[in-house]
Design a protein around this ligand. Structure first.
Ligand code: SAM
Length: 453
């Protein structure tokens, strides 16, 4: 029989050691303390990209969850998992009715009667929703039925792109999950990888893909929320690592970077600020590009427009190639949206306009399996034992996103070998996997010219 054999103590030690690492980072920061959950001031480490800090937190999250799952009665743990959907439901309600914004007017706390008055919700029901959330550390119950914002609920203010992401999940992605089991059990759709035979299609009765839906008038809300929400997503998943960890400076003075399917261009914006010598091209469907051109860039980086450092050019990347001859074709969270044959079309359209110096960078999750393999065979670093090698709950987001892709698009997060295979089918040569922290960056080049004697 498998026994825990010292695993409990080992998990405890992992938590204790990783906590010391985290405390050390805070102690060395400009505000040398770990902020309490009730602290509503921003801390300099709130946007830290430090890899040691990130890994320590992943170990703590993974080890705490694994320790609890090991020690608690199985029925207790499983029932809590079964009921966890109410947390995201309550988060959705809090954002929809703007509760975090209302609470900002009374930082010391507001009674549920006043919150109800301001939001139009019923008083006692408001209290029940906020109490569940306060129990999960979002909001604080200051005194009975009096709630205030805390460090986590402040992330849900309407001005924070995370609230657009949250509303996208709550209103666009969660409802279709209610029919996912039915779709998976369907003889035809359950085995299909068509983007027109998804839980989203079943739930909405929309006959075409989600991509086609966002181009319709009913899809406008979804598209807008999603566009802004991706900024919040990039921050949460520390996508900005790519700005500092990829050698952009080595590309040279006149380098051109095409952010293909770049949405409103969050990464291109960061590149524009950090490397003014880069000539940037943002390409996406015209509707998204209009949002980028008329709203997002004039607000966030007007100097790039003024100085002609950014070009906006609409594209349908299935029907045409991007701007030719760019130094870099950067694709963040594009490949995971599509089934294999569509990915090969996108990559082939890029390959057609590449020059020998061009590179393709795919920035996404590199999905890790949950079983341990000999270290020499692991593509990514494995977590210390006895933690699950993929850091368990510490890296749960990639598996949640994988299921979101399944529900909405019939697509998936992929392993490194899947990316390499897609690249090869498009006539590209795998060059390198760059470790960008939570995400990976897969670099492809044109094949080397063959040598004829
Ligand atoms: C998951 S989002 C990623 C956006 C951005 N790269 C990011 O990570 O923030 C996918 C993007 O692909 C764009 N897209 C979808 N279909 C497209 C097509 N046929 N041609 C060009 N862009 C498309 C969408 O408008 C959206 O901005």
């Amino acid at each position: 029989m498998p026994k825990t054999d010292g695993q409990i103590a080992a998990l405890g030690a992992l938590i204790s050691n990783a906590t010391k690492v985290v405390e050390g980072h805070y102690a060395r920061s400009a505000k040398p303390y770990v902020p309490s959950l009730d602290d509503t001031e921003e801390h300099p480490l709130d946007h830290s990209l430090d890899p040691e800090l990130r890994e320590a937190v992943q170990i703590i999250e993974g080890a705490c969850a694994q320790l609890c799952a090991t020690l608690a009665r199985p029925s207790h743990t499983v029932v809590n998992k079964l009921m966890s959907l109410y947390e995201s439901t309550c988060l959705g309600i809090a954002m929809k009715f703007g509760i975090p914004d209302v609470l900002q007017e009374e930082p010391a706390g507001m009674h549920i009667s006043e919150i109800a008055d301001r939001t139009g919700l019923e008083e006692r029901k408001t209290g029940r929703i906020l109490r569940l959330l306060a129990t999960k550390h979002v909001f604080r119950e200051v005194s009975e039925n009096v709630f205030a914002n805390n460090r986590l609920s402040l992330q849900l203010l309407a001005e924070n792109p995370l609230s657009s992401l949250g509303l996208h999940f709550a209103e666009d992605c969660h409802p279709p999950t209610t029919v996912l089991a039915e779709v998976l059990g369907d003889d035809a759709w359950g085995h299909s990888y068509s983007p027109r035979e998804t839980a989203f299609n079943k739930w909405s009765s929309f006959a075409d893909s989600l991509g086609a839906f966002v181009a319709t008038p009913q899809g406008t809300n979804l598209a807008t929320r999603f566009g802004i929400g991706m900024i919040g997503w990039a921050d949460a998943s520390q996508a900005q690592n790519v700005i500092y960890d990829y050698p952009w400076k080595e590309l040279g003075k006149d380098a051109t970077v095409c952010d293909l399917g770049g949405g409103v261009g969050y990464i291109a914006l960061e590149l524009a600020k950090e490397y003014p010598f880069l000539r940037l091209k943002l390409q996406d469907l015209w509707r998204t590009l209009e949002q980028a051109r008329t709203q997002v860039w004039p607000e966030r980086c007007p100097e790039a427009i003024r100085e002609g450092r950014i070009e906006f050019k609409a594209i349908d990347f299935f029907k045409e190639s991007p701007i030719p001859g760019c130094s870099v074709y950067y694709l963040k969270n594009i490949i995971h949206d599509w089934p294999d044959h569509d990915c090969v079309t996108i990559l082939s359209n890029i390959r057609r306009v590449m020059k020998p110096y061009s590179r393709v960078l795919i920035h996404e999750y590199i999905l890790q399996q949950a079983n341990r393999v000999p270290d020499g065979q692991a593509v990514s670093k494995q977590a210390p034992e006895p933690l699950l090698p993929n850091y368990g709950v510490g890296r749960i987001r990639q598996y949640n996103l994988d299921l979101d892709m399944l529900t909405m698009l019939n697509s998936e997060e992929r392993r490194l070998r899947d990316f390499i295979r897609l690249g090869e089918r498009a006539g590209l040569r795998f060059k390198k996997l760059w470790d960008m922290g939570e995400l990976g960056l897969v670099e492809f080049r044109l094949p080397l010219p063959s040598v004829h004697n």
